[in-house]
Write a protein that binds this ligand. Sequence first.
Ligand SMILES: Cc1cc2nc3c(=O)[nH]c(=O)nc-3n(C[C@H](O)[C@H](O)[C@H](O)COP(=O)(O)O)c2cc1C
Length: 171
Amino acid sequence: MIAIAGSPRKGMYSDRIAERISALTGAELIYARSLNAGPCRACGYCKGKGDGRCVQNDDMPSVLERIRSSDGLVLISPVYWWQTTAQIKVVIDRLYALKAEDLRGKKLVVIMNGEADDSDAEYTILSRQFAEMAEYLGMEYSFLGVGTPEGNEEVFQKVLQKVDVFADAIA
Ligand SMILES: Cc1cc2nc3c(=O)[nH]c(=O)nc-3n(C[C@H](O)[C@H](O)[C@H](O)COP(=O)(O)O)c2cc1C
């Protein structure tokens, strides 16, 4: 699997979750903040002349190639205003260059990490949204929503325990 960590903050909660997932599942870990990746331009090149290749010659074609030849994609993102970070959204939009058969049957694993407790409605909303995307793409879907109040290491240790159980289920 290819795991993409979406926080702009190095070494913080999402990074730590992503590193744990990577260690436990063997997923190759990519930090979205380190990618030179432009947003999708909706130019249609990938669907026409490009035949699955993006017109932008940045880091994404190589990431897409790695996703294409893997058995799944793991997205780990902080919750920003009930949504993913902009860094992860760029990666999601750029999946557009892939062909339907490149993703069909693969795993789509989404981990959303906010400050709000995991009972918050934001995780239900996000889970449902990605479920629709997975269904549309024909991907096998798993979701985990977790929350840590800033600076609360005790709560975060409990979050990591949930991540460990989840990693077992998706491996
Ligand atoms: C711009 C911004 C918007 C945020 N919006 C939300 C939100 O809607 N819900 C929430 O639970 N946390 C929200 N947070 C808090 C982050 O999700 C939380 O701090 C998370 O742990 C950050 O992940 P990181 O430690 O990997 O950077 C927001 C933080 C920022 C900076």
